[in-house]
Design a protein around this ligand. Sequence first.
Ligand SMILES: [Zn+2]
Length: 296
Amino acid sequence: MQGFNKYYPPDYDPSQGSLNKLRGKHALGDRARKLDQGILITRFELPFNIWCETCNNHIGMGVRYNAEKKKIGAYYSTPIYSFRCKCHLCDGWFEIHTDPKNTRYVVVSGARQKDEDWNPEENGGYAIHDTEKEGAPVDPLAALEKTSEAKNHMENVQRPRIESLQDFSDRYNADPYSLSLKTRKRFREEKKIEQQKKRSDDLVKDRYGLPASLQLLEEDSASKSEAKAEWQKAQQDHLRESKRTKTVLRSTPIASSMPSRTSSRNSTKPEPSSIGSLRARILQNTAKRSATAHKS
Ligand SMILES: [Zn+2]
């Protein structure tokens, strides 16, 4: 029995190891009794229905056995395990291996496996057919045509293209120094022009108090003429507008517009006499109310 309980005998010395060591037992107990042969006893559940070949009895999927588990090989880095079980109805043994390549279990000896692979056609589905047939095509002429077509394409289209690309690349990689010199010279000239333009733009922006982020148009003949046309149009509009306002002011007499305003003001503002009568009425009302209050 392994040391499940916590009874530590008086002669127990912790420096000599665990309780299991003192008793001379493995931590896995009886399950490790064949560990020296590389066998560990584990609980194994049948993954499918089988028939025992010794007693010919049917054993259902899910029945569990204390199986002897052993590593028997490897598929790449995945170990292949063998499970050896003793039939519970007779004294026969059967052996089941894992099959990492096909991710399944296979019965190796001592039993027959019931074939229970899923068949879609049997269950109202469709079988999968391989449309890309392996091996040589049926029509040899068609195959020949196909290969010759591919060959022609390769000779007439792909090879010239690759060769021209190669030429191009060779030409450009032949003298990198002079190429770099040329490009840098061109960049420098462009930069000079850019800086000149920026300076003149900044001058304009400073003069008219424009925001620094404003993008000014390129100064060419088209934009110049457009700007000129805009300016002339705006000027004409301004002249027309100022003329119109002058004529309006002259045609409307000041007197004709006044009476309506004064009359409206009269209606809202009470005259001094009406104010006097209102004051008298208020005084009368308060006198009446005080009188009735005194009576009651
Ligand atoms: Zn059996």
